[in-house]
Structures are given as structure tokens and as C-alpha cells.
Design a binder for this molecule. Structure first.
Ligand SMILES: Cc1cc2nc3c(=O)[nH]c(=O)nc-3n(C[C@H](O)[C@H](O)[C@H](O)COP(=O)(O)OP(=O)(O)OC[C@H]3O[C@@H](n4cnc5c(N)ncnc54)[C@H](O)[C@@H]3O)c2cc1C
Length: 388
């Protein structure tokens, strides 16, 4: 069995390593000319860490990342703490890390290189590319031994080979991202500033020297879904001018900001066809409000690789993979969609009521704020039997 993986992002690189771990040879194809310095942070929660640990990457992540001690939920305007999600005390010893994406990609890429996995850069795969046509030809053999893995993200071209094409649907939210120097110290955890129809998430990176900022605003329309379009700092400052706490200071530090619309696509009923299969955002993109897209991609990669390493045929492996992933992925996608209304409540009475509720929960049942999400974070896919 051999695999060609389209896309050397988090899903593709993890899939290549996991395949190697399970005795399957693979190579990667990436449209970018090299691994770039993606200017953004990423949170890898314990469910993602279980996989990275199984692949031998935990020491690198622990060294590069900041371990999250908790999550502060703040009222955006007054910066008053509404509730504190105490991961240190209640996460059962499981660790969440906050990393620069470029560092995570670099750790995965170095591990691929050390394992002799090749990556062909600068090849933008299209439906007409040789790679797709060769793969199509292979499907005519009765027992194809070469599989094509679509790890090409939200705008996947491989998905069109597997599922009916669907147009991305604008969600009604626009996001900005920026990384700034930590001119004010940030605690070792994430802060969520909850405003009316908008919110901001901040967290430290690289031993606290940098702060990652993600801004989300409800907006009626948006044209493009590219996440590399440059935004206007002046517009951003204007939209978030009423936010308190450290936000005004951090806004002045922004040098470059990216702005993009958040889109969704329906998850296809089948994630595979013939010798082709999808992983990560190519199969199921999620809104970023649970910080789970990359973690799900990492889990997918492990499950798919384990299935390919042990099943009698790609078809059986793909079926086993989807059966194990589908329900969990859908549940997390729904949870992420639900989260945004909590962060964005604009009606003052409702907002007051919700903040009061969160605050009381935080005071009297603080463990509940963490444990209600144990089903996401305590899930160790490396220990779940393939046929579960
Ligand atoms: C603001 C924001 C914050 C987020 N924060 C978190 C977080 O904290 N934690 C978390 O778990 N998730 C987070 N996510 C989600 C996470 O970023 C994605 O789910 C994750 O990057 C998906 O990885 P992927 O490898 O499937 O896709 P991608 O990261 O999109 O990678 C796809 C790769 O394929 C390549 N490619 C694409 N098309 C082609 C082609 N035609 N030919 C060749 N190569 C191609 C691309 O260049 C890229 O390298 C966040 C998302 C956003 C928008």
C-alpha cells in the first residue's frame, strides 16, 4: 500500500507521520513553494496531544508551546471577569498547548523529513493534474494499492472527486488575526472578551513573548473566503474601539492584520470514493469557536493511517475510518456553532442573565465548566479500537 497526500498542512503532515507509524509509505504534494511562516496561533488540546504523543512529537510541542492553565471569560467592555475555566485544577492532568502555527508545522515537517517522507512543493493540484488522472486510472484495477488522500483544506479540489461539489456558504462572521509583541504580560491561558455581536480571543505564544489575537465580528455580507487577505488596521480598531482591558494597548501594537470571511460547507455523506479519501478541513471544516479544527484533523489522520495499516483493502479501511470519525466530528461541529451566540449576545438583559449564570457556575460549580467538555478533550483516539 502506498499513499499520495495532497496538502502538507496539519492534516497532511500528521497523516504522513501516522502512516509511517503504521507501516504505510506515503509522499506529500503541496501547492506552496515551501513551509511558510503562517502568522497565527493554534491551540492543541489534549485530544490532539494524545496523537502527537503517540507519534513521538510531545517533547517538541511541550518545548515550543505555552501550556494553558485556564480560560478567562470576560465582559468585553469592562474587561470584568465573568468566569474562569480552571484547566490546571479540573482537567485531570491533561495538557493543552498554545503554539505558533509555524512552529507546529515545522515540528511535523522535521519529523516527516527524519522519517524519509518526501514533499513535492509548488504543485497546485487541479482536477486535470496528472496526479489526479493517474489516481483515477488506478481505480480501475480490482484491488488498488495506491491511495490518494485529500488533505487540501477548506477549498479542497480532491473533495470534488469524492462528493457532489457544494458552494461555500458565508456564515455571517468575519475574522481578523494578528500576532503582536507582548507589551503587556498575558497569563498562561486564553482570554475571551465577549462583546455585543463580536468577540476577541487572545493567548500567549513562544514563552509569552508574543500574543496571538483573533477578532470575530458579525457582518451581513462578505465576498471572499481566502484567509490570507490583508485587512485594514484602522477598520479593525474602529470596530473594536469599545473593548476594554488590554485590547486598546494590543491594538496599537498591530503591524499587519489579516481579515477574512468565515464560510462553511456541508460535511459530505461519504468521505471517500474508490481509492480517494478526505481528512481534516477537506472532509469537515468547522467554525473556529471551539478551537478544534486542527485537533480533529490530527485525530482523523491517526485513525485513517491505522485503518490503512491494518485493513484488508482501502475500501475497508476507508469505511472503518469514517465509521469511527463521523459522529464525533458532527457533534463537535455543532458545539462550535453553538458557542458563538454565548460570546456575541447583544440584547442587554439576555447578556446580563447569561453572564450572571456563567459567573454563578464558575463560583459554585467550577469543575463543571471544564468537565462538561471532557468528551472532547479526554478522548484518546489512539486507544479507541479501530472497530469501535
Ligand atoms: C481563526 C482561526 C483559528 C483557529 N484556531 C484553531 C485552534 O486553536 N485549534 C484548532 O484545532 N483549530 C483551529 N482552527 C482550525 C484549523 O486552522 C484548521 O481546522 C486546520 O488548519 C485544518 O488543517 P488541514 O491540514 O485540514 O487544512 P489546511 O490547514 O487548510 O491545510 C491544507 C494544505 O493543503 C494545501 N493545498 C490546498 N489546496 C491544494 C492544492 N490544490 N494542491 C496542493 N496543495 C494544496 C494548502 O496549501 C495547505 O498547506 C482555527 C481556524 C481559524 C480560521
Amino acid at each position: 500500500m502506498k499513499a499520495t497526500i495532497i496538502g502538507a498542512g496539519i492534516a497532511g503532515l500528521t497523516a504522513a507521520l501516522a502512516l509511517r507509524h503504521h507501516g504505510v509509505v506515503s509522499s506529500l504534494v503541496e501547492q506552496a513553494p515551501a513551509f511558510g511562516d503562517v502568522g497565527a496561533g493554534i491551540q492543541i488540546s489534549s485530544n490532539g496531544m494524545f496523537v502527537l504523543k503517540a507519534l513521538g512529537l510531545a517533547p517538541q510541542i511541550e518545548a515550543m508551546g505555552v501550556r494553558a492553565r485556564g480560560v478567562e471569560l470576560l465582559d468585553a467592555n469592562t474587561a470584568r471577569k465573568v468566569a474562569y475555566v480552571d484547566l490546571d485544577r479540573y482537567s485531570g492532568g491533561f495538557s493543552h498547548y498554545m503554539l505558533h502555527r509555524a512552529d507546529l508545522i515545522a515540528a511535523l515537517a522535521v519529523a516527516c523529513h527524519e522519517n524519509g517522507i518526501s514533499c513535492q512543493f509548488g504543485l497546485n493540484v487541479t482536477p486535470q493534474s496528472d496526479i489526479m488522472e493517474d489516481s483515477e486510472a488506478l481505480t480501475h484495477s480490482p484491488e488498488p494499492s495506491h491511495v490518494l488522500i485529500g488533505a487540501d483544506g477548506f477549498n479542497s479540489v480532491v473533495r470534488d472527486k469524492v462528493a457532489h461539489s457544494s458552494l461555500p456558504e458565508y456564515t455571517g462572521y468575519v475574522a481578523w488575526r494578528a500576532i503582536v509583541p507582548a507589551v503587556v504580560p498575558h497569563f498562561d491561558g486564553a482570554r475571551i472578551y465577549m462583546g455585543a455581536n463580536k468577540h476577541v480571543v487572545t493567548y500567549p505564544l513562544r514563552q509569552g513573548r508574543l500574543i496571538n489575537m483573533v477578532f470575530v465580528e458579525k457582518r451581513a455580507s462578505w465576498a471572499k473566503s481566502s484567509w490570507s487577505s490583508v485587512g485594514e488596521k484602522a477598520t479593525l480598531c474602529c470596530v473594536f474601539e469599545e473593548f476594554g482591558g488590554d485590547i486598546p494597548t494590543l491594538l496599537t501594537e498591530i503591524d499587519r492584520v489579516h481579515e477574512w470571511g468565515l464560510f462553511r460547507r456541508p460535511v459530505p455523506d461519504l468521505w471517500y470514493k474508490k481509492n480517494t479519501v478526505l481528512v481534516g478541513d477537506a472532509a469537515h471544516s468547522t467554525l473556529p469557536f471551539m478551537a478544534q479544527g486542527a485537533n480533529l484533523a490530527i485525530e482523523d489522520a491517526f485513525v485513517l493511517a491505522r485503518a490503512l495499516g491494518s485493513a484488508s483493502s482501502p475500501a475497508n479501511a476507508f469505511a472503518q475510518y469514517q465509521a469511527l470519525r463521523q459522529a464525533r466530528v458532527k457533534k463537535i461541529l455543532t458545539e462550535a456553532e453553538k458557542n458563538v451566540w454565548k460570546y456575541h449576545l447583544s440584547q442587554p438583559a439576555l447578556r446580563y442573565g447569561l453572564h450572571l449564570g456563567m459567573s454563578l457556575l464558575g463560583q459554585f460549580l467550577p469543575a463543571q465548566l471544564v468537565r462538561r467538555l471532557d468528551w472532547i478533550y479526554h478522548y484518546d483516539v489512539t486507544q479507541v479500537p479501530s472497530d469501535h
